[in-house]
Design a protein around this ligand. Structure first.
Ligand code: PMP
Length: 433
């Protein structure tokens, strides 16, 4: 008898977290690692949120609460959705989750049967792909290509749509590429969906980075396009906009109350409810008069860092990086770097079982961590299917400038360390990952 159910190991992971113990191990051995791997703003949670949480704790608001989320918070979200997307939704269409992440797997569980096809961006947030195999559904990646500025390729989308398509994941601004969608692009996507998809096909619009957009560009949601509100799940949360990743407050807006109630029941089954004192903090985040200004200041700082990081990256021989329009990630192409360090050549010579476990950008990721004390993420951390032959890394610039300066200087050293890489590949088993 097997200990684990077959599906257990079909579930993949998010390497931004998985690499944590490797970093910790290096640190216990006396190395100081610059962490450019996590998508976590380095700012503190605004005082007005902290004050509200403290008051709520003093009021002993620490008991079970509505599994769908506090009505007051859902009301504030419905108001904010009206202001930002011009769609009128009832608070009863909204469900609060512990972060934006749980909505991804829950939606796939609730809407998809085995054999259903799920379209998602690649490179993209890894959890979209991770759950698909766990559910025996079929992953259908849309490749976001560098030549097209990592935007959604409409021709590929047309090719992939078919009667088996059940869910479509969109993520603008996008992790890891920082790409955003123009209104015209969203209109094209929407008109295809309206023309070709059954009304039960659900669009999961992950808008967690809705506020982290540069050069005063607006955020557009596909849900605002006429006809799409009834097919779209808007997912967002408080982790990025308020630098509050540990608060674990996210939400999804469903096309109907009936659908929202399905997720309320999943909440009841999995975790009963989300801490009410944090939900009150989230409500204040939406209602406080200083909130918009607070986000604006944070985004201005991210924009300065972006400009520094992209300029510096492009000065490193072998690295070519486009300027992201949103988020706090850079996604440079390291093809030439891999050539300069002979990474692809070494990769081709690895025994097949090892080759199958790694990729050239993974080898560089491990080399940068173990030999140059800087943590970044490889291409396959953002969707494995179809990522072969693509040599990219993701760098998070959610750290302050002195740290970024140091991290990029380590990367620069790694990028020219031909002998170091030779030593790494020949003497270590560190590339097993
Ligand atoms: N979606 C995307 C695209 C993300 O990048 C993240 C976090 N990295 C999430 C969802 C999850 O956010 P949360 O921490 O609120 O669960």
């Amino acid at each position: 008898m097997q200990l684990y159910a077959k599906r257990t190991f079909a579930l993949d992971t998010e390497n931004a977290f998985k690499i944590g113990p490797l970093i910790a191990k290096q640190e216990t051995q006396g190395h100081s690692i610059i962490r450019l791997n996590l998508g976590e703003p380095d700012f503190n949670v605004p005082e007005f949120i902290k004050d509200e949480i403290k008051q709520q704790l003093d009021k002993n608001n620490t008991h079970y609460c509505d599994p769908k989320g506090l009505y007051t918070l859902r009301e504030a979200i419905s108001h904010q959705i009206y202001l930002s997307r011009r769609i009128q939704i009832s608070p009863e269409q909204i469900v609060i989750f512990p972060g934006a992440k749980p909505a991804i797997g829950f939606c796939q569980q609730a809407y998809c049967d085995p054999g259903d096809e799920i379209i998602y961006p690649s490179p993209g947030f890894p959890i979209y792909e991770s759950f698909i195999r766990y559910l025996n559904a079929i992953p259908v990646p849309i490749h976001l290509s560098e030549e097209n500025g990592f935007t959604f390729n409409i021709e590929q989308f047309i090719e992939r749509l078919n009667p088996k398509t059940k869910m479509i994941f969109l993520n603008f601004p996008s992790n890891p590429t920082g790409g955003i969608a123009t209104l015209k692009q969203l209109e094209e996507i929407a008109s295809l969906i309206l023309e070709k998809c059954h009304p039960h096909v659900r669009i999961f619009s992950d808008e967690i980075y809705e506020h982290i957009i540069y050069e005063n560009q607006p955020h557009y949601s596909i849900a605002s396009i006429p006809g799409m509100e009834k097919r779209t799940i808007i997912c967002s949360g408080f982790s990025k906009s308020y630098a509050w990743t540990g608060g674990r407050i996210g939400y999804a807006v469903f096309p109907s109350v009936e659908e929202a109630d399905v997720f309320k029941n999943l909440n009841i089954n999995y975790f009963s409810c989300v801490p009410p004192y944090n939900q009150e903090g989230a409500r204040v985040a939406l209602e406080h008069p200083d909130a918009a200004n607070h986000i604006k200041k944070m985004v201005e700082i991210f924009e300065q860092r972006r400009d520094y990081v992209i300029q510096t990256l492009n000065q490193i021989p072998g690295i070519n990086c486009q300027k992201p329009k949103g988020t706090f990630y850079a996604f440079p192409n390291i093809q030439e770097l891999c050539d300069n360090l002979n990474i692809c050549e070494f990769y081709q010579k690895l025994p097949l079982p090892i080759q199958q476990q790694t990729t050239p950008s993974t080898l560089f990721q491990m080399f940068a961590l173990y030999y140059h004390n800087v943590a970044v993420l490889d291409r396959k951390s953002f969707g494995k299917t179809g990522s072969e032959g693509e040599h990219f890394i993701r760098i998070s610039y959610a750290s302050d400038l002195p740290i970024l300066k140091q991290g990029l200087s380590h990367l620069k050293n790694a990028a020219k360390d031909v002998d170091g890489f030779k030593k790494f590949i020949n003497t270590s088993d560190l590339y097993f990952q």
